[in-house]
Design a binder for this molecule. Structure first.
Ligand SMILES: *Cc1c(COP(=O)(O)O)cnc(C)c1O
Length: 364
């Protein structure tokens, strides 16, 4: 059994993927060409924003969002300690300081009620992560952002395709970012990402910053990065994207099927009213997490832990001065969380086997 079944997906779309890649090979246009532009138009319209920029990764998409807002030394950016390292890594890379706020116990997303406690004169913005594929409490965060003159970035690297009160993830003010890392809900065959915004001024900044600070060839008005998406990856994404809405539905079905079958033995994902979930990860909670993972792995079922060590306890961030006891919700969840096999191509047979083995572990 595969944790994420990319092989079946490739088999299903192989002809289109190969045709798109061949076109790029024949055109010999590999960077900033027509495929990337077509993808940007298509995904901007899907998300419901005016501008989208293909990036070299989800990490660079986040970095560009910060650079476009002029984030630098002396600035503080508020985010969650319960996420992939990239969310806070880019804050440090931009020269600023990540300031962590604990998560909500039900959604595992940043708790807006705790954001005001850490605001200082140096606070410039908030990065909300829509973890596992469910949007964070964007309205509450936007309210704080507008009250204190901050910007909001949604790290939608796991939530592309999800909606919140009718708006698609990455479509909220001020900037949304996503990742096309192969295992993400919409994945390419290497690294890739995208920034989304309807703010024309920020869009113009990102357009040049992702291309070495060039708005005109060989005139560098700012220090930028090599942050572009390549045409081969854009071709893969263009071939996959027409199937994406159906995949999002299929993932939601698979998630609901797990939750119905397992809700009495483990804590299953809670979906907040108004949200839809894309289950980039289908993650359950149990105090017996390590034993359950061992049982599943012994029975041929792959699992993963997202994430075993919250960011405030990572060596890379030891300089921030946080203690073991900070962020008790994030720490508790990191000890109990376990992701089960999930993808749009997860078969009912395999899913039934996962369910059977989880239930067997708990004696029923
Ligand atoms: C995957 C991920 C990233 C980074 O994306 P890359 O494309 O791997 O650079 C950032 N934030 C979150 C929440 C992620 O899951």
């Amino acid at each position: 059994m595969k944790f994420i079944d990319l092989q079946s997906q490739f088999a299903a779309y192989e002809a289109d993927i190969r045709a798109g890649m061949d076109e790029v090979l024949r055109s010999s246009q590999f960077i900033l060409g027509p495929k990337g532009a077509e993808l940007e138009r298509g995904l901007a319209s899907y998300v419901g924003v005016r501008h989208a920029f293909g990036c070299s990764s989800g990490t660079d998409a986040l970095l560009l969002a910060l650079m476009a807002h002029g984030v630098g030394p002396g600035d503080e950016i508020i985010t969650t300690p319960f996420t992939f390292i990239a969310t806070a890594e880019v804050v440090a890379l931009a020269g600023a300081t990540p300031v962590f706020v604990d998560i909500e116990p039900l959604t595992y997303n940043i708790d807006p009620r705790k954001v005001e406690e850490v605001l200082t004169k140096k606070t410039r913005g908030i990065i909300a992560v829509s973890l596992y594929g469910q949007c964070a409490d964007i309205e509450a965060l936007l309210k704080i952002a507008s009250e204190y003159g901050l910007f909001l970035v949604e790290d939608g690297c796991q939530s592309f395709g999800a909606t919140r009160n009718g708006t698609r993830s990455c479509g909220f003010p001020h900037v949304g970012t996503t990742s096309f890392f192969p295992s993400k809900p919409l994945g390419c065959y290497g690294d890739g990402g995208m920034v989304f915004t309807s703010d024309d001024r920020i869009a113009d900044r990102i357009a040049g910053l992702r291309n070495h600070g060039q708005w005109e060839r060989y005139r560098h008005r700012a220090i930028g990065i090599n942050g572009r998406l390549d045409e081969i990856q854009a071709a893969v994404l263009l071939a996959k994207f027409p199937h994406f809405p159906a995949e999002v539905e299929r993932r939601a079905e698979a998630g609901a099927y797990y939750s119905k079958a397992l809700g009495d033995v483990v804590t299953v994902p809670a979906i907040v009213p108004g949200n839809t979930h894309v289950y980039a990860q289908y993650s359950i909670r149990t105090p017996r997490r390590d034993e359950l993972a061992a049982h599943l792995n012994e029975n041929g079922i792959p699992t993963a832990v997202h994430y075993p060590i919250p960011l405030h306890r990572q060596e890379a961030f030891s300089g921030l001065g946080y203690g073991e006891g900070d962020f008790p919700v994030a720490s508790a969840v990191s000890r109990e969380i376990l992701s089960l096999p999930m993808s749009a191509f997860l078969s009912r047979k395999d899913q039934d086997e996962v369910i059977r083995q989880v239930r067997r572990f708990f004696g029923g």
